[in-house]
Write a protein that binds this ligand. Structure first.
Ligand SMILES: [Fe+2]
Length: 177
């Protein structure tokens, strides 16, 4: 399983937005925890779920509409492959697909890609958008207990412990937004 800490730091080296911003480190960490929780039900590939969490917004140029950031993230994943992580072609293809397509708001075919997209959508509460069940791709994400758990964390912009514990990053309260 890839170690996410060096990947997160490599992402931050080239990240042009505030690390504590809407699409920054705490979002990646909540997406990771959302994805891991969903994967317990969906059986999604955990390598893809974990890598997606820290890479999918890595190349955003702004915090608003940035249609091409999914494809740029996929290309960054390609550049990082072999340097910061090693995965099979099958796993990489899913990661690439998940990154490219996450910006379109669609419903994926593959359950791992679906899980990745839902892990991201479940964190929409941080920008005041309540995730609608009909726009989620997995039954797991539509379950009220999961939706409430994830949306509550998103709305309060909870900083997961793993940010400090596993990634060694301090996010002061003042720069969360
Ligand atoms: Fe995201």
């Amino acid at each position: 399983m890839p170690d996410l800490k060096p990947i997160v730091h490599a992402v931050l080296e080239q990240y042009v937005l505030p690390p504590g911003g809407t699409h920054g480190v705490t979002h990646w960490a909540r997406v990771l925890e959302n994805g891991l929780r969903l994967a317990q039900s969906t059986g999604a590939n955990l390598e893809v779920v974990r890598l997606f969490a820290v890479l999918h917004d890595a190349c955003r140029m702004n915090e608003g509409i940035d249609d091409k950031h999914g494809r740029r993230a996929a290309e960054l994943a390609n550049a990082f492959r072999g340097k910061w992580f090693t995965v099979s072609d099958e796993v990489f293809d899913l990661l690439y697909e998940a990154c490219v397509g996450h910006t379109d708001g669609g419903i994926a075919q593959n359950v791992t890609v679906r899980t990745c997209w839902d892990s991201d959508r479940l964190d929409l509460g941080r920008v005041g958008i309540c995730p609608e069940p009909k726009r989620l791709c997995t039954d797991a994400a539509k379950r009220p207990e999961i939706l409430k758990w994830a949306d509550g964390r998103a709305c309060f912009q909870v900083v997961p412990e793993l940010v400090k514990r596993d990634w060694g990053i301090d996010i002061p309260d003042g720069i969360r937004r």
